[in-house]
Each structure stands twice: as structure tokens, then as C-alpha cells.
Write a protein of this length. Structure first.
Length: 115
């Protein structure tokens, strides 16, 4: 069983930055594919960024060049650095850990981009 806890969300003005953190419990954190997803009101949850166990990353087109996913396996933590934020980035952001058929979600954290 893996428990994930997100932190770092909040209200930011357009053009600003935030860094989300997701701390995981349990062992073998480095083996998990870690991802960030988001869900805006009235929309489906969508993939934002993923980091596999080998360190490869992938991003949604809408965030490429603005967001960076990174992980510190020694701390069981994955990060999402979000720069040049736009109002359309407003959503609840969820951390995800996947290993084969095992799949875990964090509770989600609100990010609001507004002036």
C-alpha cells in the first residue's frame, strides 16, 4: 500500500510559479511510474506529466516548456515545478503512483491561477 500526500498548491497570479510536492509512503518508490494529473471543473481528469522508473519524462502538450516533473527517490517525493502559469491551468492536481497493476492516487490539491 502506498499513500500519497500532495502539497504546495494555492492561488497564484497569471505568469507566476508554484511547485507541487507529492510525498509517498512505502518501499520501492523508485520502481513506480509517478505522474501528475489534473481535473478542472466540468472536465475529465487529464495527464499533465509523468516520470518513469528510469527517469524518462513526458508532458501534455499544453504544459511543455512550462512545467517540469522531477523526483527524489531518496525522499520518496515527486515534484511538479509550474512556471508561466495561465488561468487555464486552474484545476485540482493529483499525484499518481503506478507499478504494474498497482495504482494509487493522492487526495488532490487545488491550484488557482487568477488575478
Amino acid at each position: 500500500q502506498v499513500q500519497l500526500v500532495e502539497s504546495g498548491g494555492g492561488l497564484v497570479q497569471p505568469g507566476g510559479s508554484l511547485r507541487l510536492s507529492c510525498a509517498g509512503s512505502g518501499n520501492a518508490f523508485s520502481m513506480y511510474v509517478m505522474g501528475w494529473y489534473r481535473q478542472a471543473p466540468g472536465k475529465q481528469r487529464e495527464l499533465v506529466a509523468i516520470s518513469d522508473s528510469g527517469g524518462s519524462t513526458n508532458y501534455a502538450d499544453s504544459v511543455k516548456g512550462r512545467f517540469t516533473i522531477s523526483r527524489d527517490n531518496a525522499k520518496n517525493t515527486v515534484y511538479l515545478q509550474m512556471n508561466s502559469l495561465k488561468p487555464e491551468d486552474t484545476a485540482v492536481y493529483y499525484c499518481d503512483a503506478t507499478y504494474g497493476p498497482l495504482h494509487y492516487w493522492g487526495q488532490g490539491i487545488q491550484v488557482t491561477v487568477s488575478s
